[in-house]
Design a protein around this ligand. Structure first.
Ligand code: GDD
Ligand code: MN
Length: 355
């Protein structure tokens, strides 16, 4: 099999030569039939000229020059258009991704063990070096949100390979940086494998990720909903389960208070617990289709914690809308229940029932 490795560049003159030297070494040593396709967006620092020089001396290099900074994802797609390989790969130019791992990502596909391989920072053995707290937190949050769509641990990484067949006739066009998540959602693959890597923050040059990329990402996330009809289905089931829970809650409150003569506040606590437990069971086996016994105790605890969090969110917004905006409290409560429901669903989807 042949590998086409795409490297998007924007102002990477300090890094690109060193990276290409290392990649060629990996290709040679491991007898990988590989080509390197660099897509440069009219870098202002002279990267384009360096690339032309490199291309003259090495015949497995292709270079695409675009007119201006048109974005990382579109650069990758542009590169794939002229790729000859059956396997398509992507890697950053700033030496953040370890070239020594090209072998493992590629050979895993060549040997037929997977058709999609990911250089992952969030599986056992993976690491990130040199990021500050803010960058780590942003990456973790983005990764957590992506769990609505995938169980892949690092769907945000910029280092991966996929068989070309898997994206045949697929419309792939994410805004911004996060092309991998889009492939995970839309491509046709049988087996995906995450391979641990150590990501080292760039030493030279600056990151091109900024606020715009964050908004692009959020916009992408919402846009994926129609592709994941099961998520919408799960949400509706979750709402129905919540409705059943409310009926159970009120019924038991009534029975315990009226028929068993228990003090109504005590009845309320008992009926709340019963309703929460029935919600848990129904959501586990029906909404999220899990075996009831699988990790039951731990998940029950997680489910209860999310429920309590949702209750706090509910109270907060009830107070906020009523006191700060002066909205009639019943209307506030309807709005607050909506928000809490959303948090409740999201929390259980990406935490309790994520594996
Ligand atoms: N052609 C082109 N056009 N290349 C670009 C553009 C662009 O508009 N923007 C960025 N690049 C290139 C950079 O030159 C670099 O080779 C690569 O894309 C990644 O850009 P960085 O600026 O180094 O991104 P980062 O380190 O903040 O983000 C990386 O890590 C993230 C994981 O947390 C990227 O790999 C992201 O894809 C990844 O999600
Ligand atoms: Mn980088």
């Amino acid at each position: 099999m042949k590998l086409s490795l795409i490297i998007p560049t924007y102002n990477e003159k300090e890094n690109i030569q060193e990276l290409i030297r290392k990649i060629q070494k990996e290709f040679d040593e491991n007898k990988i039939d590989g080509e390197i396709i660099i897509v440069d967006d009219n870098s202002q620092d002279g990267t384009g000229n360096i690339l032309e020089e490199l291309k003259k001396k090495q015949n497995n290099i292709k270079v695409i020059h675009r007119n201006g900074k048109l974005g990382l994802s579109s650069a990758v797609l542009e590169g794939w258009k002229i790729a000859d390989g059956e396997v398509l790969g992507v890697m950053d130019a700033d030496l953040s991704h370890p070239p020594e791992k090209i072998k493992e990502l590629f050979l895993t596909i060549e040997k037929g063990e997977a058709d999609f391989t990911i250089g992952s920072r969030y599986v056992l053995g993976g690491k990130i070096k040199g990021w500050n707290f803010k960058r780590k937190l942003m990456s973790k949050t983005a990764t957590l949100l992506a769990r609505v769509y995938t169980k892949v641990k690092d769907p945000m990484t910029g280092f991966f390979m996929i068989k070309k067949d898997c994206i045949k006739n697929k419309e792939i066009n994410p805004k911004g940086f996060k092309i991998l998540l889009e492939l995970i959602i839309k491509a046709d693959y049988k087996k995906i494998k995450e391979i641990p890597i150590t990501f080292v923050n760039r030493v030279e040059g600056k990151s091109k990720a900024g606020t715009k990329e964050i908004f692009d990402y959020l916009q992408n996330l919402v846009g994926y909903l129609p592709h994941k009809k099961n998520v919408i289905g799960e949400f509706f089931k979750f709402v129905i389960v919540g409705g059943i829970g409310t009926i159970i809650n009120i019924l038991i409150l009534y029975l315990l208070t009226e028929k068993a003569g228990i003090y109504y506040l005590i009845s309320a606590i008992i009926s709340f617990i019963v309703a929460m437990t029935s919600n848990f069971v129904l959501n586990k086996v029906w909404t999220f289709k899990e075996n009831i016994k699988f990790n039951a105790r731990k998940k029950y605890l997680q489910f209860c914690l999310v429920s309590v969090l949702a209750l706090l969110v509910n109270l907060f917004f009830l107070y906020f809308f009523t006191e700060i905006f002066g909205i009639y409290y019943i209307v506030s409560q309807i709005l607050a229940i909506g928000i809490a429901l959303f948090i409740n669903f999201l929390g259980n989807k990406i935490w309790t029932f994520s594996k």
